[in-house]
Design a protein around this ligand. Structure first.
Ligand SMILES: [Zn+2]
Ligand SMILES: [Zn+2]
Length: 509
């Protein structure tokens, strides 16, 4: 999900001439309409929170039903929040107002203050931060109804900090890069035209990717996993799979997240991260399987593949934009007079292009790689007997994760289902979906553009039990897909680069 949000926020921060407020006096009506809209959605959020808290106080047994309804409404409200913020900027004149309010005098020219762009999406930030505050009580009530006092819920400050940290890393980091670039362009145009600055700004992305693991640690508040049976077990599995990493990290989420992830291109700065809840709630063999999935990403070189794919793709998209610009210039095309006030809206073209490209192409690549990592996760807990009936203490696992057995697949599938259950992803499927389910399905698709939906992942892995020949075929096809994709990107980039001129392209990047 963050990806859509990132692009929406970037779009809001571009120097686009946002429409004027619909009423007079302009400034006052922009403030009143936007403020009113924000207050309205916060009121709805507050009503939801109050309903959850009150219902659970009176009838704690309805916790499952209440939890489900709460989850559904949170999803609906997520879109309502984004829609309301967009309405403020586009319809109520907030964008227009924000661009006129935060100005400074710089060497005789009046221009937006540093980072003033961030005032345009301010309605969204206000809604988001207030919602964390409001929903805290609902989440705590649900947690208490489920666990009573056996598991304490995070204090409010810790809960807010947890959300803030995730938001800073996943959403604000890319947005801030763009905003910083725009600020520098405004105030130090000479510097931003120098070669050193250009090289540096080109290098920022790969350097960030390399250092991301180091950045994640303080930003998300990750700590080294304490010594003990869990860590010992993971280390044994890592050794058996010939996998190296700097450290195993623990992500203290106060039970809010059931997740594991791997970060880092090089073994020297590579971390495998587990949330507190996944370590608590997964049986040891299933934890091995989840760890195997993360190791699979490294073993199959996915992180490198993604980095190469993104570099090539972004360069190619830049080349396409230059190409289009050159074509329009050659045809002496200008914006028709009737649309002149909307000329700056053309800045949205690259944002929409990059967003949809990533959504479609990167989504397709990522879902295939996730399946490959799933298969590796199965192998990580498989024995050498392709017809085995079950595993016990005496089972010997071959080194390197080279075999695939039915019990290994079942272990991984049950880990996947358990993680899905804990995260509230429903596994059941009915014949005819209701409207609510369609909305949920669309939401799941948007949310899981990187991963295929859980039932499909499980169904595929289960099919390997009866038809093991599917696995090598899948690996062959995926290899061909990766090669073709990268070759096509390189070929297109070379062809377009020659056409538009390499210098031109370098300047645009
Ligand atoms: Zn994965
Ligand atoms: Zn086995």
């Amino acid at each position: 999900m963050p990806i859509l949000l990132v692009f929406a926020l970037i779009a809001a921060c571009l120097p686009i001439d946002w429409p004027e407020p619909p009423l007079d006096p302009a400034r006052e009506s922009a403030i009143a309409l936007s403020g009113g809209a924000v207050a309205l959605v916060l009121l709805i959020a507050f009503a939801l929170r109050t309903w959850v808290v009150r219902t659970l106080r009176r009838e704690p047994d309805r916790r499952v039903e209440v939890g489900r309804a709460y989850g559904k409404w949170r999803r609906v409200l997520f879109f309502l929040n984004i829609g309301t913020s967009a309405a403020c900027v586009l319809g109520f004149g907030w964008g227009w107002f924000a661009q006129r309010e935060f100005l400074v005098d710089w060497t005789g020219k009046v221009m937006p203050a540093p980072f003033a762009e961030l005032a345009v999406p301010l309605p969204y930030f206000v809604i988001l931060f207030s919602c964390w505050f409001i929903y805290y009580d609902a989440e705590r009530a649900l947690h208490r109804a489920l666990w009573h006092d056996s598991r304490p819920f995070a204090p409010r400050a810790a809960y807010l900090l947890h959300n803030l940290r995730q938001f800073a890393l996943m959403v604000m980091l890319p947005v801030m890069l763009i905003v910083t670039q725009q600020t520098l362009n405004r105030f130090l145009p000479e510097t931003t035209r120098s070669d050193v600055y250009r090289l540096a700004s080109l290098a920022v992305v790969p350097v960030l990717l390399l250092l991301m693991p180091l950045l994640m640690k303080p930003l998300l508040g990750l700590v080294s996993m304490p010594a003990g049976p869990v860590r010992d077990r993971l280390e044994v599995v890592a050794k058996r799979l010939n996998f190296r990493c700097t450290d195993f990290l623990l992500w203290p989420t106060h039970g809010a997240a059931v997740n594991a992830l791997i970060a880092g291109l090089l073994p020297r700065v590579r971390y495998v991260v587990f949330t507190d809840r996944i370590l608590e709630d997964l049986p040891p063999d299933e934890l091995d399987a989840v760890f195997g999935h993360e190791v699979g990403h490294a073993k199959h070189g996915h992180i490198w593949l993604y980095a190469g794919f993104l570099t090539l793709s972004l360069s190619l998209l830049a080349a396409i934009l230059i190409f289009l610009e050159q074509q329009l210039k050659a045809a002496h095309w200008t914006v028709p007079d009737a649309y002149k006030p909307y000329e700056t809206w053309l800045l949205l073209v690259p944002v929409v292009m990059v967003a949809s490209y990533l959504f479609v192409v990167f989504g397709a690549l990522s879902r295939r790689c996730e399946r490959q990592a799933d298969v590796y996760g199965c192998r990580a807990v498989s024995c050498a007997d392709p017809n085995c009936a079950g595993h016990d203490e005496a089972t010997v696992y071959p080194p390197g994760g080279t075999c695939l057995c039915p019990s290994g697949i079942r272990t991984f599938v049950s880990a996947l289902e358990r993680v899905g259950d804990l995260n509230g992803v429903s596994m059941g499927r009915k014949e005819r979906p209701t409207l609510g389910e369609l909305v949920r399905g669309a939401w799941a698709w948007v949310r899981h553009w990187l991963h295929a939906p859980m039932p499909r992942r499980v169904a595929y892995l289960r099919s390997l039990i009866d038809r093991p020949a599917l696995e090598p075929r899948f690996q062959r096809r995926l290899f061909a897909f990766k090669c073709l994709l990268m070759l096509a990107l390189i070929a297109a980039l070379v062809a377009l680069g020659r056409h538009v001129g390499w210098n031109e392209l370098y300047d645009a990047l």
